[in-house]
Write a protein that binds this ligand. Structure first.
Ligand code: GLU
Ligand code: MG
Length: 451
């Protein structure tokens, strides 16, 4: 779609406001809207945004980053290919925006541009990346000052389906109408917890889709007088909300899945193992991008099926990288890798871009992971000393630890570049400090309805 088509489509649909959306370094979706009257100009010229927005930690606490203070302006320039009418808000539409400098170049602190760069790097290696975000989230009601899950239903249970049927059906209709291919739905393990998955797409589209998804679920829940929490651990005594990332690499024509090899161990190709090797080599820093909130580390604990150790395994839900079994009759197309230590408090552009950067590094350096890192059981059931003998280390146990690992990861830091990484690390450090000085209920309250 080009800009004129966007304006025509918005006008024909009776749209009044078109929001240019972006996701910031804190994982928060934000935007500015143009009235239809000025849309034709705004699509070209963008909407002005203060450079400070990429330096906001929790509660919009501006961090002192050089060049991200009160002086300075960028433009939010919408991508016409992402224009979407909102079925739940008939007068509104959204477009995903890139951040441009005033001389019309991508801004070095733009997360969407960071992902595009990683996709380009893969393209230069002849690789087309397909990805899907697999979100879990909790449906809740207001309960005094806080929130309570809408049900106490059991995993995949019919009762859970009954309790949330009206809101889930509205969400499915709305996602379908926005071109997101719904694949599966079920009530998950935790009270009020839901999982509704979307099919894979080109990497940039997959990250855009996750923004559309979060917006849709949150809005439709509100229309049912409910809250959908994407926090990694909104209820400390319940199962956490993951947002596992599925990824596969294809040839340039997107016809052949290069992760598939019928003769490979677990049906995975040499390139698939190289990708795993790269991800595991960078995983302790990578989680600062994929599980980046203080609340994320309440989820990443052993025996939670969210992973707590740097290892991989076939269909092993306690391994950080799972090799999912292929589907009958669809073995080639369904070959993929699943990153478990990832959640929806992440900025999907930074999370997926970081994952690609780590995996490509593994391919470039032929980092085949040692068989010692392949785990077929729950790692905590291994005999004493076995993890150590195999060289399996734990994931960071706190945001602080993850941030330090990211700072030390030369590959990821170079991929992010100095402008983006400096701002990112500063706000993550500020969040780590703030929440270490406050209690659990403060942490839950601040994360519950933020994403
Ligand atoms: N809720 C689990 C997590 O936090 C995932 C459960 C599963 O779908 O395997 O990642
Ligand atoms: Mg699940």
């Amino acid at each position: 779609m080009n800009n004129e088509e966007v304006v025509r489509k918005a006008t024909d649909a009776g749209i009044l406001l078109v929001t240019f959306l972006y996701c910031d370094n804190g994982g928060v979706i934000r935007g500015k809207s143009s009235h239809i009257y000025g849309l034709a100009n705004r699509i070209d010229s963008g909407i002005g945004l203060t450079v400070a927005m990429q330096a906001m930690s929790d509660n919009d606490d501006l961090q002192p980053i050089d060049g991200m203070g009160p002086k300075g302006e960028i433009r939010l320039v919408p991508d016409p290919n992402t224009f979407t009418l909102l079925p739940y808000a008939p007068k509104r539409a959204v477009m995903m925006a890139d951040m441009h400098t005033l001389d019309r170049k991508p801004w070095a602190a733009c997360p969407r541009d960071f992902l595009k760069k990683q996709i380009d790097r893969a393209g230069k290696m002849g690789l087309n990346i397909q990805a899907a975000f697999e979100p879990e989230w909790s449906l809740a009601r207001r309960d005094g000052d806080g929130f309570a899950p809408i049900d106490e239903s059991l995993c995949f249970s019919g009762v859970g389906m009954t309790e949330s049927m009206a809101v889930i059906d509205d969400i499915v209709v709305a996602l379908d109408a926005q071109g997101l291919q719904v694949e599966q739905y079920y009530p998950e393990l935790g009270h009020g917890q839901q999982e509704l998955t979307i099919g894979h797409a080109d990497a940039l589209r997959a990250a855009d889709n996750h923004i559309v998804y979060r917006e849709t679920v949150r809005n439709i829940a509100r229309q049912h007088d409910l809250y959908a929490s994407f926090a990694p651990k909104p209820f400390p005594d319940q199962s956490g909300n993951g947002c596992h990332i599925h990824i596969s690499l294809w040839d340039e024509q997107a016809e052949r899945n290069l992760f598939y090899d019928s003769d490979g161990r677990h049906g995975l190709s040499q390139m698939g193992y190289q990708f795993i090797g790269g991800v595991l080599a960078h995983l302790r820093g990578l989680v600062a991008l994929t599980a980046p909130s203080v609340n994320s580390y309440r989820r990443l604990i052993p025996n939670s099926w969210s992973s707590a150790f740097v290892c991989y395994g076939p269909d092993n839900r306690e391994a950080a990288v799972r090799i999912p079994s292929g589907y009958w009759g669809n073995e080639m197309a369904s070959a993929n890798l699943e990153l478990k230590p990832s959640d929806s408090s992440a900025n999907p552009y930074l999370a997926l871009g970081g994952l690609i950067s780590a995996g490509l590094d593994g391919i470039t350096n032929n980092t085949i992971p040692s068989l010692d890192l392949e785990i077929d059981v729950d790692p905590t059931t291994l005999p004493d000393g076995e993890l150590q003998r195999r060289g399996i280390v734990n994931l960071p146990r706190s945001l602080d630890e993850a941030v330090r690992a990211l700072e030390e990861d030369v590959t990821l830091m170079e991929s992010l570049g100095p402008t983006l990484s400096e701002a990112y690390l500063a706000i993550r450090r500020a969040d780590a400090k703030l929440f270490s000085e406050n209690d659990q209920s403060f942490e839950i309250r601040r994360h519950f309805n933020k994403f």
